[in-house]
Design a protein around this ligand. Structure first.
Ligand SMILES: [Zn+2]
Length: 310
C-alpha cells in the first residue's frame, strides 16, 4: 500500500513543533524549562533541514510555537531551579543533533566551477527534495563509488509546492494527477543540442519504481561552458509521451522539451536533473559530475524553496 510521504511531511510540520512547545509550557523547574527550550530550537532546525518542508506555513507553526514558549517563560518566573539531571537530560540529546545539523548545512560542493543554469521549471513555487553536498540531504551522493552512475552525483530532485505548501492537490493523493508537479512543462535550462531523448517508458504507479531503467523517459542536452568544457544536462522521469525533442535537435533556453512525470526509478512524481561531463560512452549517468544552480536561486540544497514566475 502506498503511504504518501508528502502527507507525512505536512503532518510532522504541523504537529511536532507544538508538541515540543507543550513540553516547555509543562516544565516544572527552570532547568527542565531551559533544557526543553534548547530541545525545541535544535529539533525545529533538524525538521527544517531533514524533513520535507511545507512552505510557507511550516515556519509559521515554528514561530507561533516559539511565541507560546516565550509567553510561558515570562508567565512562570518563579519556577524552582530543579536538578542537574533536569538540566542535562535535554542537551545530552539535542546538542549532538544540533552539531550534526550545522555540519550538514555547512557542507559545500568544492573543487569544480559551479554551472549557472536557467530554471527548467517556471510558473510556481518549487521545493528541492534531494540536493546538497551531504549524503544525508542528497541521495545521489551515494553513487560516489559507482563509476557508471557517478555522473549524477550532484543531481537534484525537485517537486512543486502548490496551494497550502503541499506537493499534492489532495491531502491524501491517490493518483499521479494529484501531484502539482505531474504534467508540469519542462523547459530547456541551456541552449545546446539534444544528445539523447527517450520516451515510451510507462509512468510508475505511486509507490512503485523501475530500477532497471532508472531515468525513465529523459532528455539530455549538451553545450559548451567556458570553465567546464563540454557538459551534458540530463532531465529525467518525464511523463510518457511528452518528450517533444529528438536527438540532434538544437534547443534554446526556455524551449519546451517535455513534461515532468513519474517514469523510471521514481516513486512520486518529481524532476531529476544532473549535469556531468560526458565520458564518450553515451551513458547519461557516467562521467564527471558538475555542480550547478539556477540563476537567481541560492544553493540547491534539500528544502530550498524557490519561486519562478512565468
Ligand atoms: Zn534524482
Amino acid at each position: 500500500m502506498y503511504f504518501p510521504r508528502p502527507f507525512l511531511a505536512a503532518l510532522s510540520n504541523a504537529v511536532l513543533p507544538p508538541l515540543l512547545a507543550i513540553q516547555v509550557v509543562l516544565a516544572s523547574s527552570l532547568a527542565e524549562q531551559m533544557s526543553s527550550v534548547l530541545t525545541f530550537i535544535v529539533f525545529c532546525l533538524f525538521f527544517q533541514i531533514m524533513l520535507p518542508r511545507t512552505p510557507p506555513w511550516d515556519r509559521w507553526v515554528i514561530l507561533v510555537s516559539g511565541a507560546a514558549i516565550g509567553m510561558a517563560v515570562f508567565a512562570q518566573p518563579y519556577l524552582p531551579v530543579g536538578t542537574l539531571s533536569d538540566a542535562f537530560a535535554g542537551p545530552a540529546i539535542s546538542l549532538p543533533i544540533g552539531a550534526f545539523c550545522l555540519l550538514v548545512m555547512g557542507k559545500r560542493l568544492t573543487g569544480m566551477a559551479e554551472l549557472h543554469l536557467h530554471s527548467p521549471v517556471t510558473g510556481g513555487r518549487f521545493l528541492v527534495i534531494q540536493g546538497g553536498a551531504s549524503r544525508f540531504l542528497n541521495h545521489h551522493l551515494k553513487c560516489l563509488h559507482i563509476p557508471n552512475l557517478r555522473g549524477q552525483l550532484y543531481g537534484v530532485d525537485i517537486v512543486a509546492a502548490g496551494r497550502l505548501g503541499l506537493q499534492t492537490r489532495k491531502v491524501w493523493p491517490r493518483s499521479l494527477d494529484d501531484f502539482w508537479i505531474y504534467g508540469h512543462p519542462l523547459l530547456s535550462p541551456v541552449t545546446g543540442q539534444v544528445s539523447a531523448a527517450s520516451d515510451g517508458a510507462d509512468d510508475q504507479a505511486l509507490g512503485a519504481s523501475d530500477r532497471t531503467a532508472p531515468l525513465g523517459n529523459y532528455v539530455c542536452i549538451q553545450c559548451d561552458d567556458p570553465d567546464s568544457g563540454r557538459v551534458e544536462v540530463c532531465l529525467a522521469h518525464l511523463r510518457k509521451g511528452s518528450v517533444s525533442v529528438a536527438k540532434g535537435d538544437v534547443v534554446k533556453i526556455g524551449q519546451l522539451v517535455g513534461e515532468i512525470g513519474n517514469s523510471g526509478n521514481s516513486s512520486d512524481p518529481h524532476l531529476h536533473i544532473h549535469v556531468h561531463r560526458p565520458d564518450g560512452s553515451g551513458n547519461p549517468l557516467s562521467g564527471d559530475p558538475i555542480p550547478f544552480r539556477f540563476q537567481g536561486v541560492r544553493v540547491l540544497r534539500r528544502n530550498r524553496v524557490f519561486t519562478i514566475p512565468d
